[in-house]
Design a protein around this ligand. Structure first.
Ligand SMILES: [Zn+2]
Length: 534
């Protein structure tokens, strides 16, 4: 059932004699963003009823729960049945399957390019951290201690000092920075690492909250407080662009409250996304660490004025939980719907085979695959043990942005049928200029998914000034609630206890607006985004 395994016979491997196209060719469309310049597609829209093909055939074997009726079950069904991930034998851990991992690799490479373009370099630090390191920063240890996994023994011997399996790497990286940084000439240090981390979670959900997950963590050192703040905000912007442009997920950028900030940070900024069940998801965070870690790890530099000073630091990360976000923002009743930029397969070719035309159709499939592989990630599903209808459903479940159908009638007409995953729209596209038609359609799907998600956020962001209305919305429609807050942590905590909603962020770039705190009624000019969150 999985693709790119020998059981999928590629068209070219048949009797047509053309070479077997590579299973997952890195395409220009993907590397260069949208390689081809958008042109008017030479495609004609045809009405659904005119194209009857084989959809009525048997075999929808998906059995995923209804998204509207049981969102959590739907989510799990999609993760499992689209073969993104599976439960591991250790509770709270997950196995990321090839389809899920290919998705992660595409996300990784796009974000990695953005981080490198802003001057960051990758490195790798160890998985194990001495206990004493974690204890050095008081807030940090308090924040992470409850979910830390320990190594106390190696073979038969007790370790002289217990080791922590990294929940995050500020401490070990700080230790190394203290060694490497001597002078103002060594600054800034802009390092990122792609790694796994472990946070022992009590309740877990595939991708969204797992005891071990994959992420990138950036750790930088600067000469001044201003430079560190600038870096923190620059990364927030990188995340915002990555989310909106690559993952087609609209976000609200803002600052976390004291209560919600990272343990050990001076300030935490975040991008928050809204899932289609009305819950928020923290999609990325960027922390200004000030000199907190620099002081405990003694990271100093000799400045131009010959004075020894502590560096100013930042750290920031996004993780595999974003995959959960992609599923919940774009998925629908038919399963996953992937933005083309990150989809492991962007176009799947499904031939309609009949006994008399089998060879000529397969040969055309080989030819189309060869052509399209130059502009996108394309696969051909030429399995004959499954009906086309069955395959349509399977690829829809897996979220492939475009399905290309070709049968003997299309061949005679010199065309193929393109079907968009996001809208279900069918288009007959001539063989001539097919590369352009496909590229334009991939662009259109990417844009379409983003606009649909954006509309959802707009429709589900509500100005609320009354606490009863606030509670009522949380029980029914949920979404973001833009409400006045006095700035007092006691109110924030009480709201959380009474309603389950947290302050997702204090949105950036807004002018003050008078209001009365949603909880205590005190005058304030700060409005914040509340939501229940994952
Ligand atoms: Zn208040």
């Amino acid at each position: 059932m999985a693709w790119a395994v020998p059981s999928i016979r590629s068209a070219g491997a048949g009797k047509s004699g053309s070479p077997r196209p590579s299973a997952r060719r890195q395409a220009r469309w993907y590397r260069g963003g949208f390689g081809l310049r958008p042109q008017r597609a030479k495609a004609v829209l045809i009405a659904k009823e005119e194209y009857t093909a084989v959809e009525s055939q048997e075999g929808f074997v998906q059995h995923i729960a209804s998204k509207t009726e049981d969102f959590s079950q739907w989510y799990i069904d999609v993760v499992l049945r689209a073969e993104l991930a599976d439960y591991a034998p250790v509770r709270g851990c997950m196995v990321i399957r090839p389809h899920g991992y290919a998705l992660w690799e595409n996300m990784q490479s796009l974000l990695d390019a953005r981080l490198k373009a802003t001057g960051h370099k990758n490195a790798y630090f160890p998985l194990f951290i001495p206990e004493s390191f974690l204890r050095k920063e008081a807030e940090h240890v308090e924040g992470f201690a409850p979910e830390v996994a320990w190594v106390t023994r190696a073979g038969n011997e007790e370790l002289p000092e217990p080791l922590v399996v990294r929940p995050t790497s500020e401490t070990v990286i700080g230790h190394m920075y203290a060694k490497w940084i001597k002078s103002w000439r060594d600054l800034p240090v802009l390092i990122n690492q792609w790694a796994n981390v472990v946070r022992w979670e009590k309740t877990t959900r595939l991708f969204l909250r797992t005891s071990e997950f994959l992420w990138q963590e950036g750790h930088t050192c600067h000469r001044t407080a201003e430079e560190a703040e600038e870096e923190t905000l620059k990364i927030l912007q990188v995340y915002r662009q990555f989310l909106t442009e690559d993952l087609a997920i609209p976000v609200v950028a803002g600052q976390k409250t004291e209560r919600e900030k990272f343990a050990g940070a001076v300030r935490t900024y975040c991008v928050e996304a809204l899932m289609t069940d009305g819950r928020a998801l923290q999609a990325g965070t960027s922390h200004n660490l000030g000199q907190n870690f620099a002081k405990v790890f003694d990271i100093t530099y000799l400045d131009e004025d010959n004075e020894l000073k502590h560096v100013w630091q930042t750290s920031w990360g996004v993780s595999t939980r974003l995959i959960g976000g992609i599923i919940m923002v774009h998925g629908d009743e038919r399963g996953l719907a992937l933005p083309p930029k990150i989809a492991p397969v962007q176009v799947v070719i499904v031939p309609i085979l009949t006994a008399s035309s089998r060879e000529v159709v397969l040969s055309a499939v080989g030819n189309i695959q060869e052509r399209l592989s130059k502009v996108c990630r394309v696969e051909a599903d030429c399995r004959e043990e499954y009906s086309p209808g069955w395959k349509f459903n399977e690829w829809e479940l897996k979220g492939v942005p475009i399905r290309l159908e070709i049968g003997p009638r299309d061949l005679k007409a010199g065309q193929v049928i393109l079907v968009r995953r996001d809208t279900g729209e069918k288009t007959a596209a001539p063989m001539d200029g097919l590369e352009t038609a496909v590229t334009n359609m991939l662009n259109a799907v990417q844009k379409g998914l983003y606009l649909k998600a954006k509309r959802f956020v707009e429709d589900n962001t509500r100005l609320v000034e009354d606490y009863d209305a606030f509670k009522e919305i949380l029980e029914t429609r949920r979404g973001f609630m833009d409400a006045p807050w006095c700035g007092d942590q006691a109110c924030e905590t009480a709201i959380k206890e009474e309603t389950g909603a947290t302050i997702r962020c204090i949105p950036m770039g807004r002018s003050p607006r008078p209001g009365k705190c949603i909880h205590c009624g005190k005058d304030t000019d700060t409005w914040v985004y509340f939501a229940r969150a994952y």
